[in-house]
Design a protein around this ligand. Structure first.
Ligand SMILES: *Cc1c(COP(=O)(O)O)cnc(C)c1O
Length: 423
């Protein structure tokens, strides 16, 4: 997965004349800053309301439980669920593990086939790969060049052993939104459970588990201006009633599906974060999209040989993934080290691997490496976007002046026809 860059960032306390403070955070798909209103809601649960929400014998426990139940309502309301259908976890990675492993184990008698797609988050891909080791058959569907799933591919992949389909709502690298209601409808017609990783979609675009036909849905606190280390899994209770084999055993918390003392402050914060999203989502996504389009237009107008990745009609408002061809990715990132964005390279491994999501769209390694993911969010300003655009334009131009490939292309030489001396 793409990793945040900018190892050389030093915090400057002096804003620039336009009010911009460096470094600029524009990596809101990796995580979001905590909204101050969320922090305010959480604070009492660190200090005075410190009871265990499972303590039934005193007011300390009851107050903590009230905080948890309010949060359950706030989350349920945002996604069209009921409070009883919300199971708290430590984050979306755990939610997805519980959903996929829990359903696989519970419905194994019915079949052993699971369908997902190659551009999923690692939480889904690695969970499915783990299940392959214990005898499940997993189909990893490809995507089209614009990142969308071909629904016909999905139809063809379904067989009489298929028990679960797991397709994400919106992709964390390229922002592409999948046709979720259609996928869910198809699954329901075939009696197959549908899990959706909606981490990037919830709070940014309308998500409704009923009209979207979703049975299991993963969400995360820290992608919606809430705290890290808390998440939820929506588990449908009617039409159909979904059962899961628990993956963590203990005191039987969360209706037995996820034992362990609840992270009360985190849960309260996630609830508040959902409430804010519910109230502000419409205006906020319009604003994020305006800023995103402004950034995209400025880059496209100033630079040639750029490529926008992912279908832009079905797209998250704050996401822009762009390739700057004939520019070396590493150098580009070094040149913009006062801006926190993600690159098309996964620097988690020792070797610099190109992003598997971009490769799935058919991008070559070099183009993938020269790609940048901009994640615009609630606290980004227009002045910041302009600073980032100026900086990228300046650095790309400078690097291309040094690029023999770019020179050759500008002179009209067809690079594909060149026989290189060494491989
Ligand atoms: C961040 C993310 C996750 C993992 O969520 P955590 O709460 O950090 O475990 C899963 N899926 C997508 C699409 C994400 O962006």
């Amino acid at each position: 997965m793409a990793e945040t860059t900018g190892m050389n960032i030093t915090q400057s306390n002096h804003p620039l004349p336009n009010g911009v403070k460096l470094p600029i955070y524009m990596d809101n798909h990796a995580t979001t800053p905590l909204d101050p209103r969320v922090l305010e809601a959480m604070m009492p649960y660190f200090t005075s309301i410190y009871g265990n929400a499972a303590s039934r014998n005193h007011s300390f426990g009851w107050e903590a439980e009230q905080g948890v139940e309010k949060a359950r309502e706030q989350i349920a309301r945002l996604i069209g669920a009921t409070a009883k259908e919300i199971v708290f976890t430590s984050g979306a990675t755990e939610s997805t593990n519980l959903a996929i492993k829990g359903a696989a184990e519970m419905y194994r008698e019915r079949g052993n086939h699971i369908i997902t797609q190659v551009t999923e988050h690692k939480a889904t891909l690695d969970t499915c790969k783990r299940l392959e080791k214990s005898g499940f058959r997993v189909t990893f569907l490809p995507v089209m060049a614009d990142g969308l799933l071909d629904i016909e591919d999905l139809k063809r992949a379904i067989d009489d052993q298929t028990i679960l389909v797991s397709i994400m709502y919106a992709n964390n690298e390229i922002g592409v939104i999948q046709p979720i209601p259609e996928i869910g409808k198809l699954c329901h017609e075939k009696g197959i459970l549908f899990h959706c990783d909606a981490v990037q979609a919830v709070g940014k675009i309308p998500v409704n588990v009923l009209s979207d036909n979703i049975d299991l849905m993963s969400i995360s606190g820290h992608k919606i201006y809430g705290p890290k280390g808390v998440g939820a899994l929506y588990v449908r209770r009617r039409n159909p009633r979904v059962q899961l084999a628990e993956q963590i055993n203990g005191g039987g918390h969360e209706r037995g599906m996820r034992s362990g003392t609840l992270n009360v402050p985190g849960i309260v914060g996630m609830g508040k974060a959902c409430e804010i999203c519910m109230q502000e989502m419409e205006a906020e996504s319009r604003r994020d999209q305006e800023l995103r389009d402004h950034l995209m237009n400025r880059l496209q107008n100033a630079l040639d040989y750029v490529r926008v990745n992912g279908n832009m009609e079905h797209h998250l408002p704050g996401n822009l993934n762009m390739s700057f061809i004939y520019v070396e990715g590493e150098s580009l990132l070094m040149g913009i080290n006062d801006v926190a964005v993600s690159s098309g390279s996964a620097c988690t491994s020792a070797t610099l691997e190109p992003s598997y999501v971009l490769k799935a769209l058919g991008l070559g390694d070099d183009v993938a490496h020269s790609s940048i993911r901009f994640g615009i969010g609630r606290f980004n300003t227009r002045a910041e976007v302009d600073y980032v655009a100026d900086k990228i334009i300046e650095v790309v131009r400078k690097l291309r002046e040094l690029s023999p490939l770019y020179e050759m292309v500008k002179e009209g030489i067809d690079l594909s026809k060149i026989e290189w001396a060494a491989h």
